[in-house]
Design a protein around this ligand. Structure first.
Ligand SMILES: *Cc1c(COP(=O)(O)O)cnc(C)c1O
Length: 340
C-alpha cells in the first residue's frame, strides 16, 4: 500500500532553524490547517507538541477537535465554534457582525485586513470592535493580520507590516486607556517572518517552512528539509518494447525496451494528473513516469517493488506550474502516514 513517510528529524531540524531565527521557541506558532498541508494533522500535531509548540492555527472547528488535547491555544481560521467545544479552541473574527453574535464564553482572535482585501476587519473599525468586546465581555485572545507580500519582500511587504504595527499601537493605547488585558499580536507567516530581522510581535504563524519549503528566494530557504516522502507499491509489471503504447488513448509511449510497472497512487489520491502535454516527470531516483496518470495508478519505467514518488515536492510543482503547497495539500488523507 502507498504511504507518506514523515521524517521527524527533518521536522525538528526545521523547527530548530526557525526558532533560532526568531530568537525564541515561544514566538513559534504552527499552522496545521488543511490536514497540516496534506502531511496529516494528527501526526504533525504530535510531533509539534513533543517539540514544545503551544499555539497552532487550523482551518476550522473540525480540525481543531482532532487535536484538541495537544495544545494550549488552537485557533480556527474560518467558521464558527459550537458552544460544546473546549475553551482552548478560539474563533477568528472577520466582521463586526460576528462580534455581535459570538458567545462571550468563546475566546476570539480579531483578524485585520492590511491590504490583501480578502478577509478581516478594517483598521477604521478598531474602536467599534473594542467597544463591542468590552460591552459584551468577550474574551479577546489575539489580534492578527496576514501579509500578502512575504514571498516578495520589499516596500509592499513593509507597507503592510507598518499597517499591522499601527493596529498594534492603537489597540495597545486603547488597552491602557480603557483597562483591558493586551491580546497577543501576530502578523507574519513563514516567508515574512524569515525575512524580518527582528520579530517584535508575540508570535509568528509558520506553515510551509516547518514542512521544509519556502517560496521566497532567501538564504534560509536552502537550509530547510522537506519532511515528507511519498512512496508507492508495485501493482503489476511487464516488459515492453520501444514504441508500445500504454494507458488511455495510448498517450504513454515506451521510450525504449524496458520493464514497466504500475504503482498504487493516482490522481484519486491527490496527485496531479500528468498528461502528455506536461514536461517529463520522474520519481525521486529518476525513474520516468509515463502519461497519462490514472485515477488509482501510474506507470513508471521501473522494476522496483516500492518506489519513492517524491521526497521533495518542487519537481512536481515545477512540472505543473504551481507551488509545493498545492502539490502537498492535495495528498489524500486516506494515504497512510507513518513517522520515522
Ligand atoms: C496559511 C496561513 C499561514 C501560513 O502561511 P505559510 O506561508 O505556510 O507560512 C499563516 N497565516 C494565515 C492566516 C494563513 O492562512
Amino acid at each position: 500500500m502507498a504511504q507518506l513517510i514523515i521524517d521527524s528529524s527533518h521536522f525538528k531540524h526545521n523547527l530548530d532553524l526557525i526558532s533560532s531565527h526568531l530568537g525564541s521557541i515561544d514566538k513559534l506558532a504552527l499552522v496545521l490547517k488543511d490536514n497540516a498541508y496534506g502531511h496529516g494533522i494528527k501526526e504533525i500535531a504530535k510531533l509539534a507538541r513533543d517539540y514544545g509548540i503551544k499555539s497552532v492555527f487550523v482551518k476550522n472547528e473540525m480540525e481543531a477537535l482532532m487535536i484538541q488535547d495537544e495544545f494550549e491555544h488552537i485557533t480556527a481560521l474560518y467558521g464558527s465554534i459550537s458552544p460544546t467545544s473546549p475553551t482552548n479552541i478560539y474563533q477568528t473574527i472577520h466582521s463586526i457582525q460576528m462580534l455581535k453574535s459570538i458567545s462571550p464564553q468563546r475566546g476570539i482572535e480579531l483578524k485585520f485586513n492590511v491590504g490583501m482585501n480578502r478577509n478581516g476587519l478594517e483598521i477604521k473599525q478598531i474602536q467599534q470592535a473594542i467597544q463591542l468586546i468590552l460591552e459584551r465581555k468577550l474574551k479577546l485572545v489575539g489580534v492578527f493580520s496576514h501579509n500578502g507580500y512575504g514571498d516578495d519582500g520589499g516596500d509592499e511587504m513593509q507597507k503592510q507590516h507598518q499597517t499591522s504595527q499601527e493596529i498594534k499601537e492603537q489597540i495597545t493605547y486603547l488597552a491602557s486607556k480603557l483597562g483591558f488585558e493586551l491580546p497577543r499580536f501576530h502578523f507574519l507567516s513563514s516567508s515574512g517572518a524569515l525575512r524580518q530581522e527582528k520579530i517584535e510581535e508575540d508570535l509568528v504563524r509558520i506553515g510551509i517552512a516547518s514542512y521544509g519549503y519556502l517560496c521566497a528566494p532567501i538564504p534560509i530557504a536552502s537550509k530547510l528539509k522537506p519532511i515528507a516522502s511519498l512512496w508507492a507499491h508495485q501493482i503489476s509489471k511487464r516488459t515492453l518494447e520501444k514504441e508500445i503504447k500504454i494507458g488511455y488513448s495510448g498517450a504513454g509511449v515506451m521510450p525504449r525496451d524496458h520493464v514497466i510497472s504500475t504503482y498504487d497512487l493516482g490522481y484519486g489520491d491527490g496527485l496531479l494528473r500528468l498528461n502528455e502535454h506536461h514536461g517529463r516527470l520522474t520519481c525521486a531516483q529518476g525513474e520516468e513516469i509515463l502519461p497519462r496518470m490514472s485515477m488509482d495508478c501510474f506507470s513508471c519505467l521501473s522494476d522496483q517493488e516500492k518506489i519513492c514518488v517524491f521526497d521533495n515536492a518542487w519537481k512536481w510543482a515545477e512540472i505543473f506550474g504551481t507551488t509545493p503547497y498545492d502539490i502537498l495539500v492535495k495528498l489524500s488523507p486516506s494515504i497512510p502516514r507513518s513517522i520515522i
